[in-house]
Design a binder for this molecule. Structure first.
Ligand SMILES: Nc1nc2c(ncn2[C@@H]2O[C@H](COP(=O)(O)OP(=O)(O)OP(=O)(O)O)[C@@H](O)[C@H]2O)c(=O)[nH]1
Ligand SMILES: [Mg+2]
Length: 339
């Protein structure tokens, strides 16, 4: 069963891939085995992250990028990460509509991820979905995220090239964009440059860069600032060129830098995965125990405060948490005595 699914993914079967990505998004446990099996078929795709505040034109830009990449014969996978779900069906709908002209093209596969993950696993589910598109054989994978939180910074960090999109007239907003996002930006695009103040935004961004230059030029790549008008396909060819340049510049990095980066990405990924598993399994372990029920009753009846209940449950069920004082050797006995 697993091997059939894996084979279908490797053959680029869209329905199987769509189902798997949906299951990843829903946190279905069975996906783990499939992901394990496809992982060794990944690592060939080039991952481009596109991030920026809501409405700056990311999806319009991605749509044009798909068009450009397809013209040069490349296959493209797109993941649109919906920031606020499950309530904002609108964003997903908007993304889909804006990229709809590619829906009949076999070389393009577009999916959305909506769930922030019950256990904070958006970054992880995004990585897994990237693996699926990679295993399908897509040459480029574009990940659209709304640059607001730590998840987006983490996702951007695992992309090969990260493009930050801003629009004119954002002034203070540019300053307010999380510093973290700025640090992970490899290319900056001022979209909607048909609007007034585009030049001023360019000026502001350059000034901001001068301050942060040390950080930004740490590895010999100076992030360019491009002007674009995604809605009328202006500046897209230049953006794709810069992405290629950045890709080439990565190839000239020293062996140590490459290993160092790979290790940093692998470390983030592994820690994230451990975090999710720990949280999920520890919580299940505690909440399914008879002690949990007893403590819950005590808290409900008011015979125990929730703070102590939490401390004692953690010490008892996860022996490595909590101090000696709180650790009760025989919880059952203790609880009976308390009642
Ligand atoms: N004037 C102008 N409008 C644009 C340009 N590019 C995109 N837009 C418009 O900006 C609006 C938002 O575009 P989207 O591509 O959906 O923006 P987004 O960043 O993907 O939005 P979210 O995914 O909701 O965060 C749409 O109405 C686009 O037509 C541009 O270059 N100039
Ligand atoms: Mg969008």
């Amino acid at each position: 069963m697993i091997s059939m699914t894996v084979q279908k993914i490797l053959n680029g079967d869209r329905r199987t891939a769509a189902r798997l990505i949906r299951d990843i998004d829903d946190g279905i446990p069975g996906t783990r085995e499939i992901l394990k099996a496809i992982h060794r078929h990944t690592g060939k795709a080039y991952v481009i992250g596109i991030t920026g505040s809501p409405g700056v034109g990311k999806s319009t830009l991605v749509d044009q990028m798909i068009h450009g990449l397809r013209r040069s014969g490349k296959t493209v996978g797109v993941l649109a990460i919906d920031p606020t779900s499950p309530f904002s069906g609108g964003a997903i709908l908007g993304d889909r509509i804006r990229m709809q002209r590619h829906s009949l093209d076999d070389g393009v596969f577009i999916r959305s991820l909506a769930t922030r993950g019950q256990f904070g696993g958006l970054t992880q589910s995004t990585r897994s979905a990237i693996d699926v598109l990679d295993a399908m054989g897509k040459d480029y994978i574009i990940v659209e995220t709304v640059g607001v939180g730590q998840d987006e910074v983490d996702i951007a960090r695992s992309a090969d090239t990260t493009v930050i999109v801003v629009v004119p007239g954002m002034g203070d907003h540019i300053q307010a964009i999380k510093a973290g996002i700025f640090e992970v930006g490899d290319i900056f695009v001022i979209n909607k440059s048909d609007r007034p103040d585009a030049e001023k935004t360019l000026h502001d961004l350059r000034a901001l860069f001068d301050i942060a230059r040390k950080k930004l030029t740490g590895e010999g790549w100076e992030p360019p600032i491009l002007m674009a008008e995604a809605a009328s396909n202006r500046g897209i060819a230049e953006l794709l060129d810069e992405i290629e340049k950045h890709r080439k510049s990565r190839k000239t990095l020293s062996h140590e830098t490459v290993i160092h980066r790979k290790q940093a990405v692998a470390r983030d990924e592994l820690i994230d995965m451990i975090k999710c598993r720990l949280f999920q399994e520890a919580l299940d372990h505690i909440t399914s125990s008879p002690e949990f029920k007893i403590y819950l009753d005590c808290v409900t009846e008011g015979t125990k405060d929730p703070y102590s209940a939490c401390d004692e449950l953690l010490s008892a069920k996860l022996c490595f948490i909590g101090d000696e004082v709180n650790r009760k050797p025989d919880l059952q006995e203790y609880l009976v005595a308390q009642k």
